[in-house]
Design a protein around this ligand. Structure first.
Ligand code: NAI
Ligand code: MG
Length: 334
């Protein structure tokens, strides 16, 4: 009676790093059954659409998906497949943890920050996108609802409480974006009052960027709106050795999709040199979501050991190993 996981290999470096993650899960004895589904360019070629109904059905059936990055063609009026997936399944919370691993190219040592990004509203709601006929002006609408702001901040404080974390930083720009960011801040403050044991800090997004680069140890959990969260989480990835080390979970009431933070990396696709840790770390998030904490810890320790040894790591971590060699080294350390 194996648990079924929907697996979307994705585009570019996706298939190779997703394959690496499945190899690790299998060697750790997770005993999953994988249902493969197509999305992205691969799906466009095979099925004539970027996000086929059969893929949506398979995600809905298993409730849990592990996905590689997807390429959204620029032009041609395609909406981002990732944005579509998040909206379709109402995956309102995007959890992006970054943790230091000894032996990476990072300048910092003890980073442990989770960015919790509102994943369905804000500047990415897709509403009111227009371009003037004469091409001289354009508009897009940012949407913040009380319900959306409340459920994401509530989610962030719940994570803080369940992981015994000390501090939540509410990131906003309410001084300028008075209506939207102002409402987000107001609602977040109300939620914060329900968690008196957790320290709450408010900071304007510009100040957050400077402080993250200078004093990352001052941050614990960050909760923010969609666009700020997208940008800040890449900044955080840079603090721990790059996008190859950054996973993300998209969580809704019913469905959860686990993925890398980065894209399909067309510049290095097909060369077997991508760092598979992003998706392996995403699969660790998946294991934790499924209550398989021991397996999660076992895999995390194997990654830690492999990177600390430093002999068999990919280029972005200062080594010369291929994706396959790096994966096998992690397997050996399981
Ligand atoms: P990207 O994130 O794919 O690449 C940025 C840089 O990071 C590149 O130099 C790449 O080689 C490097 N990089 C990324 N992942 C790496 C890994 N695992 N190991 C080593 N190096 C890695 O961003 P880019 O090039 O702007 O986007 C490419 C495509 O990805 C676009 O079509 C975009 O729409 C899509 N995309 C998809 C996402 C998703 O499916 N969640 C997220 C972001 C972008
Ligand atoms: Mg991004």
């Amino acid at each position: 009676n194996k648990r079924s996981i929907t697996v979307i290999p994705g585009d570019g470096i996706g298939p190779s790093i997703v394959e690496a993650a499945l190899t690790i899960l299998d060697h750790a004895g997770c005993n999953f059954h994988y249902d493969y589904a197509d999305a992205g360019l691969m799906a466009l070629e095979k099925h004539g659409e970027l996000l086929p109904q059969s893929t949506l059905d398979l995600i809905a059936k298993n409730k849990i998906a592990l996905k590689g990055p997807l390429t959204t063609p620029i032009g041609g009026g395609f909406t981002s497949i990732n944005v579509s997936l998040r909206k379709h399944f109402n995956l309102y919370a995007n959890l992006r943890p970054v943790i230091s691993f000894e032996g990476t190219q990072s300048r910092f040592e003890n980073i442990d920050i989770i960015t919790i990004r509102e994943n369905t509203e804000g500047m990415y709601s897709g509403a009111g996108q227009t371009r003037a006929e004469d091409n001289n002006s354009a508009e897009a609408m940012s949407i913040i609802t009380r319900e959306g702001a409340e459920r994401i901040t509530e989610f962030a404080y719940q994570v803080a409480r369940s992981e015994s974390r000390k501090k939540v930083t509410i990131v906003h720009k309410a001084n300028i974006l008075k209506s939207t960011s102002g409402l987000f801040l107001e609602v977040a403050r109300e939620v914060a009052l329900r968690y008196p044991e957790i320290e709450t800090n408010e900071m304007i997004v510009d100040a957050v960027c400077m402080n993250l680069v200078m004093y990352p140890e001052r941050f614990d959990i960050i909760v923010t709106t969609n666009l700020f969260g997208d940008i800040i989480s890449d900044l955080c990835a840079g603090l721990i050795g790059g996008l190859g080390m950054a996973p993300g979970a998209n969580i809704g009431k019913e469905v959860a999709i686990f993925e890398a933070v980065h894209g399909s990396a067309p510049d290095i696709a097909g060369q077997n040199i991508a760092n598979p840790c992003s998706v392996i770390l995403a699969s660790i998030q998946m294991l934790e979501h499924l209550g398989m904490q021991d397996k999660a810890q076992q895999i995390r320790n194997a990654i830690r050991k492999t990177i600390a040894e430093g002999k068999t790591v990919t280029r972005d971590l200062g080594g010369t190993a291929t994706t396959t060699e790096f994966t096998q080294a992690i397997v050996a350390n399981l």
